[in-house]
Design a protein around this ligand. Structure first.
Ligand code: CMP
Length: 143
């Protein structure tokens, strides 16, 4: 079983898409094991996007992600990292296909509703930027 970090970004929260995002991941069969509604600090934002530090859009990324509350979540499931990125859609908005969250709801690459981890290493780093291990729920699926 794999786990990943998913975050509804400020644009997704303000457009009322939190329920839609959760619905699509539940519908797919994944399990939520952690959830927080919070305003990220600048430190959390910089740590979260550290790999983009040298990019010209880094400042905008940090400003944007700290501009309003986000829904930070941890989800688990078989191959969830690869599969959740299919539910989310491509980062570049002209490549995000209809039927994906970004394909259906986003118009701009820098306002693309949701973030999902791209590797197990990123997932662990991103999860621990927002959650303590003891805040995650461990449970067995009954159905
Ligand atoms: P996310 O999955 O959160 O990871 C990095 C983010 O950087 C990405 O979503 C986009 O929102 C943003 N991003 C990627 N490429 C660009 C770009 N060329 N211009 C502006 N923002 C970008």
């Amino acid at each position: 079983m794999e786990r990943t970090f998913l975050m509804v970004k400020p644009d997704g929260v303000q457009r009322g898409l939190m329920g839609e995002v959760i619905r699509r991941f539940e519908r797919k069969g994944f399990q939520m094991i952690g959830c927080k509604f919070l305003l990220p600090t600048v430190e959390q934002a910089k740590f979260h996007y550290a790999e983009h530090e040298e990019k010209p859009f880094f400042g905008d990324l940090v400003d944007f992600i700290t501009s309003g509350p986000v829904l930070a979540m941890v989800w688990q499931g078989d191959q969830i990292i690869e599969l959740s990125r299919m539910v989310i859609g491509k980062t570049k908005i002209t490549e995000a296909l209809p039927g994906t969250l970004r394909g259906d709801f986003a118009l701009h690459t820098n306002r693309n509703v949701i973030h999902g981890s791209d590797s197990p290493e990123s997932a662990e780093r991103e999860i621990h930027n927002f959650f303590k291990e003891e805040e995650l729920v461990s449970y067995r699926k009954l159905i």
